[in-house]
Design a protein around this ligand. Structure first.
Ligand code: NIG
Ligand code: FE
Length: 422
């Protein structure tokens, strides 16, 4: 039995005897904590915690690792609920094109963008994909991420989509991170179907979704509902087919245009609606009193210079909000949750407490992990961040572009943060 005791923690954050499933509205600013705390881990799970003033002491030293955390904050590891971490090659050429004035949409319209990554995907071996994705996941882990959702969507053929999902499946056995898989065959209309997009939607519904479901290698279904990608009507058909095969919707909506994707997703009980850079009052209304988690992706806003998701409008309307990286080769080539968190404070007006909740419990909820991840609660997985000596959580976001994490514990095994590695 592996056992770890963390002692003299300056502040233990996100502590709940009984954790809520998500936090919404004003409650997003509450971050229950214990100053001068201890926390015990047994077999990868949080076994107990409390104040040092009431510490029972150590009665059994066998196999016990002790971590002194004086001056340091301890909080749940980041839960990154939206990524495309499996991809081939790079799209640095498009990055340079944007520097010269082209927009993300113009690049896509001339056949680049997602189709560029799909062409690279078709010619890349599974082992190469596993190796490169593993490297990205290791980097994310060093930056404090303990759980991550990964989408397919650069295949766009049945063979290539299944290849991506197999890679995600393999990654689950190669990293201590908790991984959830999403089928995103509806990421773009493949070149071959340009004249007849409806035929691709039929192929998705009749062939791809049933095969993905039969193989049991995805839990969620995603659609990029957007002008020039998938219409609201097509999105609804695809989500319905996914649900019929046991896949719960998590969708890409309102990145460039508000075309009704939010209401369509809510209608199909989506677990999350992601992007939301362009958000109408009707969209807010559609999300009210539902179980759908809005997810903002500020790294994408930064990288392709589009508006930031209006977090204040969402939270002040009483809704919940999660933050994620969107790690992908086109619109957000970074898996750094610390940078995402800083951007959320600086550009989206979120408080440090709101950001911690958005990137832990609400992120866990957005990938169906809220029962086992995202808070300091007895019985949850011991995925924990131990920071450098810090005064308060806001110092993590204040130190933008840096990583104030000294050590990460994932399911009871400790790994070092970036500083000790380099
Ligand atoms: O979430 N918007 C659609 N999908 C990705 C970008 C994919 C790409 O450009 O490769 C996103 O931003
Ligand atoms: Fe995305």
């Amino acid at each position: 039995m592996s056992r770890i005791l963390i002692k003299n923690i300056k502040t233990l954050l996100g502590v709940y005897d009984e954790a809520p499933s998500k936090l919404s509205g004003k409650a997003m600013n509450d971050l229950p904590s214990i100053d001068n705390a201890w926390l015990a881990i047994e077999d990868g799970l949080i076994a107990d915690y409390g104040s040092m003033a009431d510490w029972p002491g150590i009665s059994d030293w066998r196999g016990l690792e002790i971590i002194e955390a004086d001056g340091r904050l301890v909080l749940p590891a980041w839960c990154d609920s939206h990524t495309h971490t499996v991809y081939a090659g790079s799209r640095v050429g498009e990055f340079v094109d944007r520097i010269h004035g082209l927009t993300y949409e113009q690049i896509a319209a001339r056949g680049g963008g997602i189709l560029n990554s799909a062409a690279l995907m078709a010619n890349t071996e599974e082992e190469v994909l596993v190796e490169s994705a593993l490297q990205r996941l290791n980097e994310m882990q060093a930056m404090g991420t303990g759980a991550v959702e990964i989408k397919s969507g650069y295949g766009l053929t049945i063979e290539s989509e299944l290849k991506m999902l197999r890679v995600i499946d393999q990654l689950k056995t190669l990293t201590p991170l908790t991984i959830k898989a999403t089928f995103l065959g509806a990421h773009a209309i493949p070149k071959e179907y340009k004249a007849n997009p409806g035929a691709y939607v039929d192929h998705l519904i009749n062939d791809m979704i049933p095969e993905v479901a039969a193989q049991g290698i995805a839990e969620f279904i995603d659609v990029f509902c957007e002008e020039n990608y998938f219409t609201v009507a097509q999105t609804e058909r695809i989500l319905e087919a996914g649900i019929k095969h046991g896949l719960r919707p998590k969708t890409h909506v309102n990145q460039f245009n508000a075309i009704g994707g939010v209401a369509a997703s809510v209608k199909y009980n989506a677990l999350s609606v992601d992007h939301l850079e362009v958000l109408t009052d009707e969209d807010i209304q559609a999300l009210t009193a539902t179980s759908t988690m809005p997810v903002a992706l500020p790294g994408c806003s930064l990288f392709i210079k589009i508006p930031y998701t209006p977090a204040r409008k969402i939270i002040d309307a009483g809704l919940p909000l999660a933050l994620a990286t969107d790690y992908n080769p086109g619109s957000a080539p970074s898996g750094n949750m610390n940078l995402v968190n800083s951007l959320a404070c600086i550009y989206m007006g979120m408080t440090p407490n709101e950001v911690v909740n958005a990137s832990t419990l609400n992120g866990a909820y957005a990938m169906g992990l809220e029962k086992s991840h995202g808070t300091i609660t007895i019985g949850k997985k011991a995925n924990l961040i131990i920071t450098e000596p810090l005064r308060e959580p806001g110092e993590m976001m204040y130190s933008f572009g840096r990583n104030k994490i000294e050590r990460l514990i994932i399911g009871g095994s400790t790994s070092l943060g970036h500083r000790a590695k380099s």
